[in-house]
Write a protein that binds this ligand. Structure first.
Ligand code: GAL
Length: 446
């Protein structure tokens, strides 16, 4: 299910080809645009967002509890409430970056037959292995046809939303996983100029300058294992380039390449520039160091941008792609499902209709730090970060993530998480490489 660049480009081309007049008509048809950090939402529903007689409540399960995450979720809830004002919304979010706690809690509920009305999942392998193959999700074919989603989402996103051609998740937001945020004042005061892209060598030159000034160059929230894995995967991508990075997911023998060894060595070298309290901080705590100017850079998904916005520090922060990874877009796409046996099926379907709408996605995205998963939306209201991400998504090679479940199946992901925890404490390049390769080979052998 690897995302296909050509098909993603098709979606981007469709957006570019959309007549300006139509975009303007969509914009003016929006009745009461809500204020957002990036401007105003636009977009007209393709079909009614409320169908049927609502039940009393709607329970939505996610892991969106940090500043930007919670603010984004509130926007989606407000959009749903606008159409179903009498429904009591139960926010069943479980804290823990990248779903570290939520995914386990959800499994317990699903196994026990206690599904919420909808839950958050990443597209790709996570959706397929954790939820579709065990039979927890209803097909969404009719909803996709009704809402026009088969053309609203780019083909690569549709592919990742589907198993055997059947859609099972409504994509909501598209995050860039290989963003590299930096504190602008710290760079200026240390004479570091960050261009449109950054090579690995340029990064280490900057890192040495910061180190000499007593400033940690890399802020890591190592309490969230995914953050260390994300630093690794971005470094892997930045070292290998997209083609060799993508090849790893289909051919485990690629883990024995020299490029992989070089990437692991570069990762180890980066670990020499961390904040001293990395083991105690979560991803957002690490982002705070950059927002506040006590660390130079953080390699993180752009949900961190939503967090800077929530904390009012976004003006302090600049961005570039993770060193070496310009031209690639690690696509981390969140969506919501319709469970088999949803307790409130009318509300659950209406929640999905809303979450998939252009207006809700355009309102949600600047709070969350992402771009809408739909590419048929007007981008004129996007903030500068979103403009950059959207333009890059349209032209870059889209690649999957280990940390966020799209690249590998859960057992391989877990093996990489465990090995990474070990590596951060005691970096041993060959042990790390062999452990990952073994897990990938075991999975390939079934
Ligand atoms: C990702 C998810 C994002 C954000 C992040 C940190 O897995 O796709 O939406 O929530 O985790 O928690």
């Amino acid at each position: 299910m690897a995302t296909n660049r050509r098909t993603l480009l098709k979606g981007a081309a469709a957006l570019a080809a959309m007549p300006i007049g139509l975009r303007a008509a969509q914009a003016s048809a929006q009745s009461t645009p809500a204020a957002t950090p990036g401007g105003t939402p636009v977009g007209t529903p393709a079909a009614p967002l409320v169908v049927g007689t609502p039940e009393a409540s709607l329970e939505v399960f996610s892991w969106w509890t940090s500043g930007g995450e919670a603010a984004g979720l509130e926007q989606l809830f407000a959009a749903f409430a606008a159409g179903s004002p009498a429904v009591g919304i139960v926010n069943a979010a479980v804290a823990g970056g990248a779903g570290s706690n939520a995914q386990a809690a959800l499994q317990t509920r699903l196994v026990g037959g206690q599904a919420p009305d909808s839950w958050q999942t990443h597209l790709g392998r996570e959706l397929q292995s954790r939820y579709v193959e065990p039979g927890y999700c209803q097909p969404l074919t009719d909803l996709f046809a009704e809402q026009g989603w088969n053309t609203a989402f780019p083909q690569g996103v549709l592919d990742q939303s589907s198993v055997d051609g059947v859609p099972y998740v409504v994509p909501v937001g598209n995050h860039r996983g290989n963003a590299f945020f930096y504190n602008k004042t710290l760079m200026e005061s240390n004479g570091i100029s960050v261009g449109d892209t950054m090579t690995i060598d340029e990064f280490f030159t900057a890192a040495d300058t910061l180190k000499a000034a007593g400033v940690p160059a890399v802020a890591l929230g190592g309490r969230d294992t995914f953050a260390s894995v994300q630093l690794f995967e971005n470094t892997l991508l930045g070292t290998l380039g997209p083609d060799a990075y993508i090849a790893l997911w289909d051919d485990p023998s690629q883990w024995s390449s020299d490029g992989v060894t070089q990437a692991i060595e570069t990762f180890a070298r980066m670990l020499g520039y961390l904040n001293a309290d990395q083991a105690a901080l979560t991803w957002d705590g690490a982002a705070d160091l950059v927002g506040q100017g006590t660390a130079g850079f953080t390699s993180m998904g752009d949900w961190a941008y939503g967090d800077f916005v929530a904390k009012g520090t976004e003006a302090n922060v600049g961005w570039v792609t993770h060193p070496g990874s310009a031209g690639s877009f690690v696509a981390v796409i969140d969506g919501f499902t319709l469970p088999v046996g949803a307790p409130d099926p009318v509300n659950a379907s209406n929640w999905l209709r809303t979450a998939g709408s252009a207006a809700a996605q355009t309102t949600f995205a600047p709070y969350k730090g992402c771009i809408p998963a739909r590419t048929d939306v007007d981008t004129s209201s996007f903030n500068a970060y979103q403009q950059w991400a959207a333009a890059d998504f349209a032209t870059a090679v889209s690649v999957p993530s280990i940390a966020h479940g799209t690249a590998v199946i859960p057992p391989v992901q877990q093996a990489i998480f465990d090995a990474t925890v070990q590596f951060v404490v005691s970096p041993d390049t060959e042990t790390y490489r062999v452990t990952i390769q073994q897990a990938a080979e075991d999975a390939a052998a079934g």
